[in-house]
Design a protein around this ligand. Sequence first.
Ligand code: FAD
Length: 311
Amino acid sequence: MKNCAVIGAGMAGLAAAAELKRAGVETVVFEKSRGLGGRLATRRFAAGSADHGAQYVTARDERFQALMQQTVFAGHATGWAPTGKIGNEPWLVGLDGMSGLVRPLAGGLEIVRQTQIERIGTTSEGYALQSDRGPQGPFDAVIVAVPAPQAGPLLKAHGRPFDEISAARLQPTLTGLFAFDGPVPLDNDFHPEPAAGIATAVRNSSKPGRNGAECWIVHASHDWSRHNLEADRDEIAAKVLDVFRRLAGDLPPLVWQSGHRWRHAAVEVSLGAPCLVAGDRRLAACGDWCLGPRVEAAFLSGHAAARALLD
Ligand SMILES: Cc1cc2nc3c(=O)[nH]c(=O)nc-3n(C[C@H](O)[C@H](O)[C@H](O)COP(=O)(O)OP(=O)(O)OC[C@H]3O[C@@H](n4cnc5c(N)ncnc54)[C@H](O)[C@@H]3O)c2cc1C
């Protein structure tokens, strides 16, 4: 294998691409958005920033621990121990936004941004990708590192084992992002499942390096999100704010608000296998949906996909 395309620049795709590059494979990552990190996401606004996807990561596997140590050492991540934190594991956040957590993986990679891959075709020279910006490739191998509902259609034409992708299920999350002109009257910075309709409420401005206004991220519960899924960005913000008021009572004046729809947020049912690889070991699929609803699972899956193609 001389060259490989990786589709998706979230934790899984970048973990795969970094491993391939380390092994000397010419690797090109295609990402449909402007930014890197996928669900490790941060929205900037005039008075600060807000992490509207994953809130923190934990590291249990020694390979992910090593990466996180390196990331902290490089100044792209740090510990966060909010009041109300649950469990004894250390929590890490990216600097100065959550995508800091993928920066060491992305360094030195060829990443083609704002390019959505729409089809993976085969030719006598290898895999030919069709993107919204025209044809890409050919490539000797391809790793698809996007959420299962998006991986399924891309890999449908390639048969087994990719028909298994439909067994993975992801749940939606609607998120409200709020900055206030003063402190919200809640004692804790982190509230897991604090009220009906809310999964987590987080004082984003309590994270290291997030200077600026008092800022809260409120993730609605999956059921509530499913029920309100087609609301637009403004409606999401208004509706989640109403739910947040039930928890926090009288709120200070808002200085900024926004909403975000994560159609595929959290893995509900995973495959229970690190990745899927076609028989000829040239086409693979990976992502958190293979192993579980955590950033670390995405990393382990991406790493496993690259190793499966290399070994
Ligand atoms: C609201 C929320 C809260 C969360 N909280 C936590 C938490 O606190 N801790 C934790 O560990 N995990 C949390 N998670 C889960 C965690 O974010 C994910 O498990 C992990 O980031 C998934 O990484 P991934 O690489 O598998 O997928 P993604 O991050 O989704 O990356 C996939 C990438 O592929 C790109 N893409 C998709 N289709 C195409 C295409 N056709 N062509 C090109 N590019 C494409 C996308 O733009 C994206 O960048 C949370 C997730 C959400 C949404």
